[in-house]
Design a protein around this ligand. Structure first.
Ligand code: RIB
Ligand code: CA
Length: 315
């Protein structure tokens, strides 16, 4: 049985690669994409989600627009990283696919209430506004969630948008606090692991040698890489969001610990920090599997295999 997932996303070049990896993999059934404001405003993220579905030959996949602002603070975006459209690096045609009617939060609630408990995995790879809003409006759906596998947070790698906070958590820390306190099973892909999933020139050129899907991935990662190269002096783009899908496909590629993770929502200098009790000194109950290591070679081999499969199928 394929694992049923809903990807909550703010595309975002790395979101795009995560979505393509999921759509390329028969072990996963993507029920829908739910768009959230994050890297760029909602009208861009929902359009980008539809562009990605069209590129992947999936005009049938529902795309819902969700929350256009965080729960309790103004939206912070990241055009300086992802470009004005959020998918800079490749010019793709306006999507012919229409946005699905209805709000993403209503879709999340209705789907979790309809499907068998424990059969739906949520994969948030942007700010957690949609997920938290659904949990607040319908607390009954929380125990029905099979697992939340999210990209967000950092501990040893500290922050990327402030010295202490990672972008997805920082944009909506109140939403993150709700999700981490919900009691749903959570697996976290923080910067600690995603900064180990750095693209290499040979890998990108391998993508460019494929069909139009591999070529799009190559151009998106080239665009995305320039920011980290300027900031960290590192070669390679960190493929943050695809780590969530790779976990679902090959968890053996990753390792981490089941620990307590709290979200700072009041700190003057630490707003949005994921306070990960890696050494278990707080006495607080564990609430998340916090991933720190990845077999990068295995990760990129999986991406090459699956993007290649998708390209051969629809490229
Ligand atoms: O900090 C990295 C995260 O922020 C990724 O999800 C990226 O797409 C951006 O949303
Ligand atoms: Ca993202």
């Amino acid at each position: 049985m394929a694992r049923k997932i809903i990807i909550d996303t703010d595309p975002g070049q790395d979101d795009a690669v995560a979505i393509l990896l999921a759509l390329a993999s028969p072990e996963i059934e993507v029920l829908a994409l739910t768009a959230v404001a994050g890297n760029v405003p909602l009208h861009h993220t929902e359009r980008n989600a539809r562009v990605i579905c069209e590129l992947a030959g999936r005009p049938d996949l529902p795309v819902y627009a969700g929350c256009d602002a965080p729960l309790a603070r103004p939206l912070v975006t990241a055009e300086h990283v992802h470009g004005k459209t959020g998918l800079d690096g490749v010019t793709l045609p306006e999507p012919g696919i229409a946005l699905s009617p209805g709000h993403a939060v209503d879709f999340l609630i209705e789907t979790l209430r309809r499907e068998q408990p424990g059969t739906i995995t949520l994969v948030p790879i942007g700010p957690l506004t949609n997920i938290a809003t659904a949990f607040q409006r319908a607390p009954d759906i929380v125990p029905r969630v099979q697992e939340i596998v999210l990209m967000g947070g950092a501990y040893f790698e500290v922050g990327n948008v402030t010295p202490t906070a990672e972008f997805n958590i920082y944009v909506d820390p109140e939403a993150a606090r709700i999700v981490f306190a919900s009691g749903a099973p959570i697996t976290v892909m923080p910067l600690d692991v995603t900064h180990r999933a750095l693209t290499s020139r040979p890998w990108v050129e391998g993508m460019r040698a494929m069909g139009r899907i591999g070529q799009a991935v190559a151009s998106w990662t080239d665009f995305f890489e320039r920011y980290d190269r300027e900031k960290y002096g590192s070669e390679g783009a960190p493929l943050h969001d695809p780590c969530t899908i790779a976990w679902l496909l090959k968890p053996q590629l990753f390792s981490g610990r089941y620990i307590n993770v709290e979200i700072e929502t009041r700190g003057e200098y630490t707003l949005g920090m994921t306070v990960a009790d890696w050494w278990r000194v707080s006495g607080r109950d564990p609430n998340a599997t916090f991933i720190r290591e990845v077999d990068a070679e295995g990760f990129f081999a999986l991406l090459t295999e699956r993007i290649g499969d998708l390209d051969r199928r629809v490229g």
